[in-house]
Design a protein around this ligand. Sequence first.
Ligand code: PLP
Length: 398
Amino acid sequence: MRRGLPDAMCWTRNDHLSAPRVCDSHVATQPDLNGTDQEPEAQSPSASGAVSVSDCLEPLSAVSMFETELLDLTIQTRDHGGDLDRAIQTYGAGPWLDLSTGINARPYPVPNMPNTVWSALPTRSDIKSLEPTAKAAYGTEACVVALAGAQAAIQLIPRLVDSGRACIVGPTYNEHGAALKAQGWTVEMIQNAANGAGADLVTVVNPNNPDGRVWDNATLLELADQVGVLVIDESFIDCTHQPSLATQMDDARDDIIVLRSFGKFYGLAGIRLGFVITGAKTAQRLRELAGPWSVNGPAIAIGHAALRDKAWQTATRDRLEKDAQRLDDLASVHGLRLVGGTPLFRTYNAEDAFKVQAALAKKHMWTRVFPYSQTWIRFGLPGTESDWTRLQNALAFA
Ligand SMILES: Cc1ncc(COP(=O)(O)O)c(C=O)c1O
């Protein structure tokens, strides 16, 4: 492992409404979760488009916990958006509008499919046929493995190598930590990916959920040389203009594992499809661990159509950017300040996020709050005009 990774990954709001703004190493560093770091001085945006902490992001002082406590909490609760059962249990049944996830509310139109995709077991070659389609769509020379969602990969990765010390850049999607811990890994939460140097495995969600932090690929490639395995979860990258690390990988990159979710950008989370992009040996091991029928017939058919449909992808990216700006404008009228996000979800700072969530839930509108923050509340984007109107009306009571 090479030493001396420059501290080039830093804290940025990534609102994706323009080109992604990735911080230069000298612009800002992140405050510690326990608040011991000095806040960097305010600086103007640099020529590279980098922004300082004070310009862009509600710093993690909003997350008022020590790292270990935070990690334990997120792993134990394993709470997620989309838990409408809990909403109904507390606030009753009704015409719920679920804004608690980052799933595109205007899904890819499902094409006509032959009956056999439902009736026949998908063969190995059916599943393998998705790989060149995904390779072309993701612009990579590395190997691709199709699985039942990025989540399926998250469950398998801890079994790829002997368990050791893992670092996760957080707070983030809590399944990474939970899956690693369940397989006997020692898991640490870090705020800056550079601090993961020397670990057996480092996980970075890029762009991050829920705060939209972005890490540049040059920095991640340097980090890869200093860790055993580098896992980059790009589940939300399709809706951005951020370049994927996969475009810089080939089939010898067994030490890097990039995850892509199909369900989020294409709005079809129910079909359970996702991809791993990695080197040939790691790909083969993942296929073995996944076993037969790891992807279902309808997912294969829909995946081929959607991944090739560049016109839909471009139009959807443009539409999501505009809708994200619309949500930011609406939120700011109601006193919610942007923390960060991607065009599929926006995380805001509220005086009391739990109170805002409860007020909206009384109007049968479900949002996402986080066990580690009293102030962060995350919204997915409404899909229809009537949903936008409902949200606007409900916010007036929040
Ligand atoms: C960062 C991140 N990775 C992975 C997943 C799981 O994605 P999938 O639906 O493709 O399994 C989620 C789901 O919310 C997520 O937020």
